[in-house]
Design a protein around this ligand. Structure first.
Ligand code: MRU
Length: 362
């Protein structure tokens, strides 16, 4: 997608072939900054600190992290240590573990001398596949959304968090159908919830603005009113992990939107690629929920009156704070799952109809 009119991805190999460059998402939307990651530790830090974020992008960054580790030392112990370091960064988005497992399966049988180059190529393949899968999610999602377009010809959507191209390598998941609709000339407008405490909604607003898609930012707490009032045709969000029964873990606050959407009879869709589906995880209750630092609530980040980056403490350091980063939306609240293979009911049968090769998980 575009930044200032220039096509960009969120992660790409640096010109010297010894590092990857990323868009630093901790600086957005106030500042556009590119960072270079040259080591395993750099990639682990980027994931942990959310310089890169969003389930698919975390997975791709982890794959490059393994490649950077292999460039230093390619023996089995180094491969295992790299996977352990990266797996410990964030627990909920299964794409991270999916990418690490794929890198391990691919690299382990290779001679040590071949591993560094092969790891680099495999990480690039994972990145390219993510782009293509998200493009397809856009096409399938648009098919779904067409039925929600009212007689006015306008499509009013609501989303939560950032499941756009910034959360993937390109196109996004929940926003891919939005871009597909917009590019096709459909009159689409997106209600973007702020997504406290990390404000990923501001990233969504930034990337929609870069593409010229009309949108309106709302406080998280305004979503219920807007849905109840009517005028929203569908809610579409991404996912960090979809359990085998169709339960969905996504950014904290997603569940409340799904409940409000159900009450208002507004369809609630979840868009995600195969790498987000965890067939080994039976249900939402089995998904680990990340608890993040209390200061994410206590301290607000933004700009001062002069436009310089600034932080503002809104709670003292001794104030008790809980900061669960994700919640689980039960499958019954999900109107459809949309993946690169099409859309399906949020159920074990629905998922297996799209991915029959996963039947073995019982
Ligand atoms: O904590 P984050 O910003 O990594 O969480 C991201 C989300 O919850 C997204 O909605 C999800 O990863 C889907 S991204 C395509």
């Amino acid at each position: 997608m575009n930044v200032n009119g220039m096509p960009m991805r969120t992660i790409w190999p640096a010109a010297d072939g010894c590092a990857v460059d990323i868009i630093d998402q901790t600086a957005l939307p106030h500042q556009y900054r590119v960072l270079r990651l040259g080591s395993l530790e750099d990639t682990a830090h980027a994931i942990r600190s959310m310089q890169v974020r969003g389930a698919p992008l975390i997975g791709v960054t982890a794959a490059y992290g393994v490649a950077l580790a292999m460039a230093q030392r390619a023996d089995d112990a180094a491969l295992l240590a790299a996977a352990e370091t990266l797996a410990a960064t964030r627990p909920t988005a299964v794409n991270l573990r999916w990418a690490l497992a794929r890198m391990h399966t691919f690299l382990a049988p290779l001679p040590l001398s071949a591993r560094a180059d092969a790891a680099w190529l495999e990480a690039a393949r994972i990145a390219d596949e993510d782009v293509e899968q998200c493009r397809l999610i856009g096409q399938h999602g648009l098919q779904r959304l067409r039925s929600s377009i009212g007689t006015s010809g306008r499509l009013e959507l609501m989303t939560h968090c950032n499941a756009g191209w910034l959360a993937t390598v390109d196109h996004g998941t929940a926003l891919a159908p939005v871009y597909a609709a917009f590019d096709e000339g459909i009159d689409v407008h997106v209600w973007v919830s702020e997504t406290r405490p990390r404000n990923q909604g501001l990233l969504t607003a930034w990337e929609l603005a870069q593409h010229g898609v009309p949108h309106t930012v709302i406080a998280d707490n305004a979503a219920g009113l807007l849905l109840a009032r009517g005028g929203i045709d569908a809610v579409i969000v991404g996912a960090d992990r979809i359990a085998a029964n169709g339960d969905v873990a996504n950014k904290i606050g997603t569940y409340l939107k799904a409940l409000a959407a159900r009450e208002a009879a507004v369809p609630f869709y979840v868009a995600a690629p195969r790498s987000t589906i965890d067939f080994a995880c039976p249900d939402g209750a089995s998904i680990p929920i990340e608890e993040r630092a209390a200061d994410e609530l206590r301290v607000v980040q933004g700009c001062d009156a002069a436009g310089a980056p600034a932080i503002l403490r809104q709670l003292s350091a001794d104030e008790a704070v809980a900061n669960p980063a994700f919640d689980v939306t039960t499958a019954a609240l999900v109107g459809a799952l949309i993946s690169e293979r099409g859309s399906c009911p949020a159920s074990r049968a629905g998922l297996l109809a799209l991915y029959p090769e996963e039947e073995e998980h019982g």
